[in-house]
Design a protein. Structure first.
Length: 577
């Protein structure tokens, strides 16, 4: 057994199909100065052919993943059009008189090595995109090289050193049982695509295999635990067959809960809302019985494009969400970029610690032009449904006042233009920095609701960068300090008689459900995939136990003690009523 990283959940069992690593080996070819024009024409022809191929692949794959995920290939097109990459290739050709394919290979190696040296997992994973695009261009410059594709007539588990999005397009999801790679990361495009396709995936096995996996080896991969078994015993195969059948049965039973009201066994109603980033997620939101959209992450409307979305484009997106939710609440968070989220067309400063830097509401208040455009679009969409506005990363009354000033300007302009909108639209703030918790009583007097953003709040309370692998093990949402901050926030909201909800990973973690019951929080917003699991536990819980749960939690001195309390009160058996 080898243990890697589970990147996409589920169990897969079957024979391995191993893709050999693409290795380009050709002599360093020098050219005469008189041949430069010809070599440049070869380069441009190769780029045109590569772009045409990428566009074709994107159109073929859009029916599998949808528009948002296939925007991965827009990033590949952007690399071929990137002036920095092209200047590097052309510079090598002009200064060193090297053939087009040699210059491309050297440029690829330079940028891949440069990205690999960065202490940033996201950027390391983008190196694979550059390698993928470069390999495609080399293929066209050298003439089509025979590629090894998976079989089209039998199921398989795909094994490779690393996979690119381009290789993923050749997968038949009816035959690809699972994926195993030696390299890669959980935030890579391939991992994102695997999760969207529902294909179990284990990565990071480099250096962890006693012998390489061979074609035809029988594998069991466990995408939840990150384990890979090579040619396992019959007993282990039977054990995993049983586990897989149980998981499918549990999944089917959970789906039967979608139509049931979300309430505790003693009759207290909860609102289980969904976090979304695009319109196309709404079908799944409704299928899983979400009561509302508790967090629309609008930054994804701005990503994978080369310019800011216009007001009309944003309005249409927000209107579609409002109409599809048919009067149910839609909480739209204003642009939250910076930190680990950037836009190619908005230049952000280089920062030693971007999580504590120029991001979220700070950018919006500095760029009131783009902030007002977004607020106008949201306000116009509010005429078509039950929309609420949420400001991210508020840390002071002054920031809140400035944000509301821009909102009032947007309202005034719309009135003057005769455009309808919801005049009394509710405005809330995310509680995700300790400063907001400390002055929550003051902030609560100026807003209509709080949404506790647990992801950032935990990292700021504990001074732990959750994207930093060195200290990620210290990121502990069950730390007593986190619980006390949550309690303080809820008490401030309750004193001001305003609504409070929770979003982020902790909202969808069933282990945390007793915490919310203890605090009396009855609205949780989470990923669509978490809704039915949380509802299942909720149906078996008793709201009346809340006070007792919280008194136990307040006596806990560490997260181990906290988990013991939570485990005693957690109910996880799958019910059907």
């Amino acid at each position: 057994m080898a243990e890697g990283i589970g990147a996409s959940s589920g169990i897969a069992m079957g024979k391995a199909f191993v893709i050999p690593t693409w290795e380009w080996d050709f002599p360093e070819k020098l050219i005469d100065v008189t041949d430069l024009a010809y070599e440049f024409e070869r380069l441009y022809d190769g780029i045109r052919s590569s772009k045409d191929e990428i566009e074709t692949i994107k159109q073929e794959f859009v029916s599998v993943l949808g528009e948002e995920q296939t925007s991965i290939f827009d990033a590949h097109l952007a690399i071929l059009e990137d002036p920095i990459f092209m200047n590097e290739v052309q510079g090598i050709m002009q200064r060193q008189y090297k053939a087009a394919e040699v210059a491309v290979k050297e440029a690829i190696e330079k940028f891949v090595n440069m990205f690999d040296l960065l202490d940033d997992q996201y950027m390391k994973e983008r190196a694979l995109d550059i390698k993928d695009v470069g390999n495609r261009l080399l293929k066209h410059l050298l003439g089509a090289l025979e590629e090894t594709f998976p079989p089209k007539d039998q199921p398989y588990i795909l094994v490779a050193k690393e996979l690119s999005p381009s290789q993923m397009v050749h997968l038949d999801i009816n035959l690809a049982l699972g994926l195993v790679t030696m390299l890669g990361g959980k935030t890579s495009h391939v991992a994102i695509m695997a999760r969207a396709m529902g294909v179990p995936y284990v990565l990071g096995l480099e250096g962890k295999l006693n012998t390489p996996i061979q074609n035809g080896d029988y594998l069991i991969i466990d995408g939840d635990e990150g384990k890979v078994y090579i040619n396992p015993s019959e007993a282990l195969i039977e054990e995993y067959k049983t586990r897989k059948a149980i998981l499918q049965k549990l999944k089917d039973k959970l789906q039967t809960l979608a139509h049931l009201p979300a309430q505790t066994s003693d009759g207290v109603d909860f609102q289980l809302a969904a976090n979304i980033s695009s319109v196309k997620e709404l079908d799944q939101v409704l299928k899983n019985g979400a009561s509302s959209v508790g967090l629309f992450r609008t930054e994804f409307v701005y990503m994978d494009r080369d310019s800011l979305p216009l007001e009309e484009e944003q309005f249409e997106i927000y209107r579609q969400v409002a109409e599809k939710m048919a009067g149910n609440r839609v909480v739209i968070r204003t642009l939250d970029i910076g930190g680990d989220k950037s836009l190619d067309y908005i230049e952000l400063p280089e920062e030693d610690n971007p999580s504590l830097g120029y991001r979220a509401i700070r950018i919006s208040l500095d760029r009131t032009d783009l902030f007002k455009t977004q607020l106008r679009a949201i306000l116009r969409a509010s005429h078509y449904g039950n929309i609420k506005i949420l400001y991210p990363m508020i840390s002071s009354l002054e920031e809140l006042r400035k944000a509301n000033d821009v909102l009032e300007t947007a309202k005034r302009e719309l009135r003057e233009q005769g455009m309808p909108f919801q005049e009394e639209i509710e405005v809330g703030i995310m509680i995700e920095v300790p400063a907001a918790v400390i002055i929550a009583d003051l902030l609560a007097e100026k807003v209509d609701f709080f949404s506790i953003g647990t992801n950032d709040l935990v990292q700021y309370i504990l001074a732990v960068d959750r994207m930093n692998e060195t200290v990620a093990h210290l990121y502990d949402p069950f730390h007593p300090a986190v619980l006390r901050m949550l309690k303080s926030t809820v008490e401030a909201a309750r004193s001001a008689n305003i609504h409070v909800s929770v979003c982020g990973e902790l909202a969808g973690d069933i282990r945390a459900l007793p915490i919310w019951i203890g605090l009396g929080i009855t609205e949780l917003s989470m990923s669509v995939q978490s809704i039915l699991r949380v509802k299942n536990s909720l149906l078996q819980s008793r709201f009346s136990e809340g006070a007792g749960i919280w008194s136990e939690l307040l006596r806990c001195a560490n997260s181990k003690d906290v988990m013991e309390v939570l485990n005693r009160h957690l109910r996880q058996d799958v019910l059907t009523k």
